[in-house]
Design a protein around this ligand. Sequence first.
Ligand code: 26Q
Length: 788
Amino acid sequence: MPILPTLRDDIRRHLRYSLGRVEEKAGLTDWRLALSFAIRDRIVDPWFASQEATYAKAGKRVYYLSMEFLIGRLLEDAVVNLGLLDEVKPIFEEVGLSLEDVLGDEPDAALGNGGLGRLAACFLESMSTLGCPAFGYGIRYEHGLFRQSFQDGRQVEQPEDWLKQQHAWEFERPDVVHSIGFGGEVTDLGGKTVWTPGESVLAAAFDTPIVGWKGRWANTLRLWAARPVEIFDLDRFNAGDYYGAAEPENLARTISRVLYPDDTTEEGKRLRLKQEFFFTAASLRDIVQRFESEYDDLSMLPQKVAIQLNDTHPAIAGPELVRILADEKGMDLAQAINVARECLSYTNHTLLPEALERWSRGLMMDLLPRHFQLIEQIDRDHAANHPDRAVAMLGDGDVLMGPLAFTMAHKVNGVSALHTDLMKDTVFAELHRLHPDRIVNQTNGVTPRRWLLSANPRLSSLITEAIGPGWIDDLEQLQKLEPMADDSTFREAYASAKRANKADLANYLGERGTIVDPDAMFDVQIKRIHEYKRQHLNILETIAIWQDMKDNPGAGWTPRVKIFGGKAAPGYVFAKQIIHLINAVSEVVNADPDTRDLLKVAYPANYNVTLAERLIPAAELSEQISTAGKEASGTGNMKFALNGALTIGTLDGANVEIRDLVGAENFFLFGMQAPEVVARRGIEGHARQAIDADPRLKRALDAISTGTFGHGFEGIVSNISEADYFLVASDFTDFHRAQREVDAAYADQENWNRMAILNTARSGWFSSDRTIRGYMRDVWRMETLAAE
Ligand code: 26Q
C-alpha cells in the first residue's frame, strides 16, 4: 500500500510539481487544482481496491448508460466523502484563503439538462456509497449546457466552456479506444451478416473516479470523446488546402462537441442520433471486452452484466448488443435477442407524447443500416410471439424508441408511483398487457451527502448534534427528529439555521441587484422552464397578489420573496416568453413603493447545480405545481422537503409520495388530479369559464394585456385564455386559495417550524441509496460488495 504524505505537503507538492507554480504567485485556481490533485490521489487506492474486489469476487457490474451526467462540482463532494473537510480548512487559512472560495472556484460540470442528468449523478454517488460495482457511461461533451444571461429580461445563451481550465478529475486512457462506424453496407456472406460502415470515428475514454461516503468504495464514470481515425489529411495540406486538411478531424470531433440543450426531443436531428449511437456502441464494446477478459461463455453475460438505459437515448443498445452477439460472435439470433434482453433494462422519464423519441426510417437506414434490419427482425419476432398485438416499434414511417426499449428490456421502470401507474395505463398499456411483469416502479431519490450534508452545513450540524451522524448513509434515521418538532429549543435552533441560510441568499441576491428582506417568506420555483411545469401559473398568481396588495397594503400581508430559476431550451419560444414575463414583472413589482416591504420577485440567471445548492437550503416554500399527470417524478421536490421547505403542489409525480410521507397536514395541496385534468380538457371553453368565474384571474391577465409589464406577452395571454392545454386558468383559483393558506400558516411561525421539521424528519425515504437498493433487488438482481 503506498503511503501518502500529509495533505498539507501534498497540496504544496502538486502546486509546485504538477502545476509548475511557486507558492507566492499561486492564484485561487492554482490552489484549487493542487487541492483537487491531492484529493484525487486519495481516491485512487479505494478505487483500485473496488475494482480488485469486484474482480476477485467475480461480481456482477452495473453499467449505467446515460446521455447526461449533471455532476456539478466534484471537489467538495470528494473532500466531504473522504472525511477531510476539517483537515483541509486550516491548511488554506494558513495561506490566507478561505476553503469556501477555493471550492467555489471550480466550474460546474454541466453535462446535462436537468432532472434526468442530475439523477444519474446522484445514482453514481449512491452506488459508490453502497459498494455496488458500477460504471457510468456517457459523453465527454466539450461544451455542457449553455450559460444563461438576461438582456432586457430576455434569455441570452452563451456557450459553456468547462474544459477551458485544466480538468483535475479525469484520467485519459489513451489505450482505451473503440472504432465506431456509421452508414455503409450490409452484406450477407452465406448466412453470416457483415456490416461495413462507410465512415468511422474513434471513441476515446476518459475516466473519473466517483468516491462514496467514507471512501469505502469508488466507481468509474467513463466518458467518451470523439476523435478522428486519421489525424490529418496530409495530401490536402501539401496541396495548400489548409482548412480542408483539418476537416476530417473537425467532423469527427463534432460528435462530442456539445450537449443538446433540449429536454424533450430535438426533432430527428442526424447529429443527435450519431451521438446516441456513438456512446452506446463504445460502451457496449467496452462491456463485452471486459466480460471476455474474465469469462468465455457469452451466454453467461446476464449473470455478470446489468445495463441500465437512462431513457431511450441509449435504446440503440438493444440492436447493437444483438448485432455484436450474433454477427460478430456468431451466437444464434434468437438466443442473442434473449441474452441482450436479460442484460438490459430501461427507465422511462416522461409520458409527454412529444418527448417520446422517434427516428425516421430513412435516417435510421442511412446511418445504421444493420440496426434497422435487426429492429425489423425484433419487431417480427415480437409479432410472431404475440399475434394479437397492435403496437409496433416501426410506426407510421418512424422507428419508435420507447417500444423498442421496452421490447429489448427485461425490466422497465417508472420514476414515481403515479408515473409508473400512468405508464401502465397510457403509453405502454398494450405492451404492459403482453408483458405484465415487466414494468416496475423505482421512485427517484437524491444523495443526502450533497443535498443535505454539504449544501446545508448549518442544518446538518444541528441534526448530527441531535441524533448523531448515522443519518448520512441511513437517511431514514431522520425520523428520530420527529419528537423534537415539539421541543422549543430545537425548533429555535432549526429556525435559526434556516434564517442564516436565508441571510446568505439575501446577500447573494442583493449583490446581483435584487434587495430582499431575509425575514420575508422565501418562495422558490427552480426547474427547466416548461409549459407543463407552469411557471406562468406562479407569475400570474404573483401579479394577482401584487394587485391586491396595492389595493389594500395594510391588510396584514405575509411578506414574500418569489424566487425563480431555470433555463429554457433555445428553440422553445413560449418558454422564453415566460422568462421575459417573469423578469418584466420583477422589474415593475420591485420598483413599486406601495408594495416594497411586501413583495419582491427575484430571478437569478444561469440556474445550475451550484445555484440549487444555494437556493434550496434557504427556501421555505417549494413550488411543485405541474399539471397533474405530466411531471414524471421531480427530484427538486425531494431536496426541498429534506431541507425543511414546505411544498405547495399538485398531486403529480413524487409529490404524491412526499405528501403521503410528510403528512397531508404538512403539505399545501391544490389543483385538479390527473383524471380530472383529462376530463376538463374535454369541456369546451374551459379556460374562458375559469377566467369568467375568477375576477382576480381576469384582472391579472388584463394587466398583462394592457402593457403594465411592457409588451410582447400576447402569446401567453391568448394561450391561457384559449386552448390552455396545461390548465393554468382552471387551476388558478385553487392555487390562489392554497397560497392564502400558506400565508396564514406562515403567520404562526412556531407551527410553521414544526411542520418544516416534520418535513425533514419524514423525508429520509427519498435518499437515492434507497432507490439504488431497489434497482439492485428488482432490476439488476445483484448484491453489494463493500466491506463495512
Ligand atoms: C432527447 C432527444 C433529443 C434531444 C434531447 C432529448 C432529451 C434530453 C433530456 C430528452 C429529455 C431529457 C431530459 C428529461 C428529464 O430530465 N426528465 C426528468 O427526469 C427526472 C428524473 O427522473 C424526473 O424527476 C422529471 O420529472 C423528468 O421531467
